[in-house]
Design a protein around this ligand. Structure first.
Ligand code: NI
Length: 410
């Protein structure tokens, strides 16, 4: 396939280039590519191609609970509203919740996400059907030495799905230091080491988490020896930031603000050269899954006292290059050899003008949907349509399951 006549974002600047794709990968980039016999050509005149975006933390199936628990402090939100409702989520409900979230993410140029939840086998099926990339983890919690078979479930998920079509990957998702024992966390670390699995965990989102363990105690269990995505890190003290060296923090600014959990220490992390990434968190706590919006809020918050903070290229890296590094998969730049994962924009879009400041305008002004999103050389969203799913059917099933879970009947 050849993508022809578009402007392409390479090294943070737009260039006129054609892109040849074979087996889901970029195999040639040059100004004019001649078509070979049998090769499909997609004319993208008037369009802009950028690397696709990565959402490094969500709970996709929680779209079923979007808008269900509002204006509540974190503990009431989680323990009184969310956990009881989650009991009612069936595997099929999780499937349609995940599909709806992927539709949302695809309209915002997201090509890959990291998920932590239950019924992940059905989330994997949804990812397989929809065409997106994902690093999936079964949320792991234990009490009194018993995890109710959750870790076994995660291992089964790994055996069944890891590596599927170069799109689905399986890691380990201990829920948080406050819901896991140290013995359990050590077991998870051992498993991650022996299978080379990515580990992701909610990490010091709340100040009261210090009552159980310190960040140092947790990291010293071996999180510094595995590929680790600590999520939130909102309450980390400046002296604790260097504990995260070698990890890929997922910043969830919007969720943190909405649940009253504070502001993540992005500038301290950047000063420590940490490859920060952006996560939206689940749709019940954000409530949207648009990393461009979340990145913008994150940038503004970091700039509130000093506009030199969180500069353009570093910000863009956080949703592209760093996102891929976090998920431990290749991609994030438009270069030969990388997967053909793209966000595609209309160059006549008003908020992108003037085009010579494309990246500035994309990060600081653009609020709309993208024109198209491509994953491994296939469109998952283009011009308002989703080639792999029937919108009406998904919406109808999704609504049924959402009403069942929230107990709202009309
Ligand atoms: Ni979360």
């Amino acid at each position: 396939m050849i993508l022809r006549n578009a402007k392409v974002l390479i090294n943070y600047t737009l260039q006129r280039a054609d892109i040849r794709i074979h087996d889901g990968k970029i195999i040639e980039i040059s100004e004019n590519i001649e078509r070979n016999d049998g090769e499909e050509v997609v004319d993208l005149s008037g369009k802009i191609i950028t690397p696709g975006f990565v959402n490094t933390h969500t709970h996709a199936s929680m779209s079923l609970l979007r808008g269900y628990a509002e204006d509540l402090p974190f503990n009431d939100w989680l323990f009184k509203k969310i956990l009881p409702a989650e009991e009612k989520i069936t595997p099929e409900g999780a499937y349609y919740g995940a599909l709806l979230s992927m539709m949302e993410m695809a309209t915002h140029g997201i090509v890959a996400f990291c998920d932590m939840y239950f019924h992940e086998d059905m989330v994997a099926k949804a990812v397989a059907d929809f065409g997106m990339k994902a690093l999936l983890t079964r949320g792991l919690v234990d009490s009194n030495g018993d995890d109710n078979g959750r870790l076994d479930e995660n291992i089964a998920l790994y055996k069944k799905w890891h590596g599927y079509e170069d799109r689905i990957f399986v890691g380990l998702g201990p829920h948080a230091p406050y819901t896991c024992s140290k013995t359990y966390l050590s077991r998870i670390i051992d498993l991650a080491k022996s299978n080379d699995m990515v580990v992701t965990m909610h990490f010091f989102e709340n100040l009261w988490e210090y009552e159980k363990y310190t960040p140092k105690e947790i990291i010293e269990l071996g999180f510094d020896k595995v590929h680790f995505i600590p999520v939130h890190c909102t309450q980390l003290k400046p002296e604790d930031i260097e504990l995260l060296n070698g990890s890929y923090p997922s910043i969830n600014t919007v969720s943190n603000m909405k649940l009253g959990n504070g502001i993540p220490p992005v500038e301290d992390m950047l000063n420590n050269d940490l490859p920060i990434t952006i996560g939206t968190d689940g749709p019940a706590s954000n409530n949207s899954q648009n990393v461009l919006f979340d990145l913008r809020v994150s940038i503004l918050l970091q700039k509130r006292n000093d506009p030199k903070n969180f500069v353009l290229n570093k910000a863009f890296d956080s949703i592209t290059k760093n996102g891929y590094r976090a998920l431990n998969i290749p991609g994030g730049e438009i270069v030969v050899g990388n997967p053909a994962d793209f966000a595609i924009f209309d160059e006549e879009h008003i908020q992108l003008q003037p085009l010579q400041n494309f990246l500035e305008n994309l990060l600081h002004a653009y609020t709309d949907k993208v024109y198209a999103t491509m994953v491994n050389g296939k469109f998952v969203y283009i011009d308002g349509k989703f080639p792999t799913v029937n919108i009406k059917e998904v919406l109808s099933k999704f609504t049924t399951f959402s009403k069942r879970v929230t107990g709202i009947e009309n």
